[in-house]
Design a protein around this ligand. Structure first.
Ligand code: S3P
Length: 191
């Protein structure tokens, strides 16, 4: 456990996890509660290309998207305390993981597979699920990533039966419990 790193004052909070885990909406709740600056790598990449993510995949391909995702992470201003919301595939590149680990406590938002898929397939904005058998594709992607999420996460929160606000509170509570003393990175007003 990266105890000291996790609890050092001034650290950011990064949310990782599969599509449908609730990273963006929980990230907004954390932003409201902590006052930390909110950065969402998908939003940054989309703004940089001037088009939505599915179009980036169609017109430029996944590799260009991944490069832009890494670029978005690298260009974040490290002097700010941030809530960093990431895309589900951020863990695929070691350099991304290195950047996240150097700046943030890493929170894995997880849920049971059925719930994740139901949430992820609500909108048609996930290019990796635009296949003949999206359920199967989802299962394969999740299977290949679970260990990656588990390996880099400092804490895991299961959002299966939680609202976004409840998930945010669960995260802040866990982080505070990891360091009950004065050095907590979470402002007292947050919960
Ligand atoms: C992806 C997840 C998406 C987005 C892109 C690729 C992935 O973000 O970055 O479609 O590889 O899992 P969400 O996790 O917010 O859906």
């Amino acid at each position: 456990m990266r105890y000291w790193m996790v609890n050092r004052r001034g650290r950011s909070i990064a949310l990782i996890g599969m599509m449908g885990a609730g990273k963006s909406s929980v990230g907004r709740c954390l932003h409201r509660r902590t006052g930390f600056v909110l950065h969402d790598t998908d939003e940054i990449v989309s703004a940089n290309f001037g088009m939505p993510i599915p179009e980036i995949f169609t017109e430029h391909g996944e590799e260009k998207f991944r490069e832009a995702e890494t670029g978005a992470l690298r260009h974040m201003r490290t002097e700010e305390q941030m809530i960093i919301v990431t895309g589900g595939g951020i863990v695929l590149r070691k350099e991304n993981v290195d950047v996240l680990r150097s700046q943030a406590v890493i929170v894995w938002l997880d849920a049971d597979e059925k719930t994740l898929f139901a949430r992820a397939s609500q909108k048609r904005n996930r290019p990796l699920l635009q296949t003949k058998h999206p359920r199967k594709a989802f299962s394969q992607i999740l299977g290949s990533r679970r260990t990656l999420y588990a390996n880099i996460a400092d804490i895991r929160v299961d959002t299966s039966v939680l609202t976004d606000e409840e998930a945010a509170v669960a995260i802040l509570t866990k982080l505070r419990r990891m360091n009950p003393k004065r050095e907590s990175l979470i402002p007292a007003k947050a919960s």
